[in-house]
Design a protein around this ligand. Structure first.
Ligand SMILES: NC(=O)c1ccc[n+]([C@@H]2O[C@H](COP(=O)([O-])OP(=O)(O)OC[C@H]3O[C@@H](n4cnc5c(N)ncnc54)[C@H](OP(=O)(O)O)[C@@H]3O)[C@@H](O)[C@H]2O)c1
Length: 163
């Protein structure tokens, strides 16, 4: 399984249930990268989707303990349930937010990270993969600047475990 996230310089990813700064280049990269995938998101992240509508062209999975249903989303009550669905899909991506990334990261072996070089105040963070010995920077896929903000799309991979 894989994940996709946009992080600020302090690995912050959001504040008050939304992303304080979002780049259109990153939205495009997200759309391209997740196209056709099964995508797994927490209930709070889905509440931030425009109109709380499922993302088109993807199988949308929502993690919630509440039993809440939203049309177009398959509900999972645990990360294990989501993992079972992911294993049946051709390609599955975890798309946030903070609590779901943390819980699903151990099951992921690739991470598409957009680094947005700015530091707005965040209340939700992603683990810093640059300081995690279990991961390495495999490839810089894109880089650019938008509205004076530099960004890079980086693919991190989990190191093969040595036994
Ligand atoms: N920068 C990025 O790329 C990016 C991407 C996505 C989101 N975000 C940001 O991340 C923030 C949201 O993250 P968050 O941590 O607050 O919320 P979240 O992870 O999106 O959603 C949390 C909710 O998911 C459900 N959930 C979590 N763990 C579960 C489990 N083990 N079993 C069943 N359900 C579970 C619960 O829903 P119930 O309460 O309904 O039970 C929980 O309240 C926002 O600021 C958003 O903008 C950023």
């Amino acid at each position: 399984m894989e994940l996709i996230v946009a992080v600020y310089d302090d690995w912050g990813i959001g504040r008050d249930g939304t992303q304080p700064i979002a780049l259109s280049a990153d939205r495009k990269f997200f759309r391209q990268t997740t196209k056709g995938c099964l995508v797994i998101a927490g209930r709070r992240t889905i509440e931030d989707f425009p109109g709380q509508k499922p993302l088109p062209g993807r199988v949308n999975v929502m993690l919630t303990r509440s039993g809440r249903e939203i049309p177009g989303f398959t509900v999972c009550k645990s990360p294990e349930e989501a993992l079972t669905l992911a294993q049946q899909a051709d390609r599955a991506m975890v798309i946030g937010g903070g609590s779901v990334y943390r819980q699903m990261l151990p099951y992921c072996d690739a991470a598409y990270v957009t680094k947005v070089h700015v530091t707005p105040e965040s209340d939700t963070f992603f683990p810093n993969l640059d300081e995690d010995d279990g991961w390495y920077l495999a490839e810089t896929l894109q880089s650019g600047e938008e509205d004076g903000i530099a960004y890079e799309m980086i693919l991190y991979r989990r190191k093969a475990s040595v036994r």
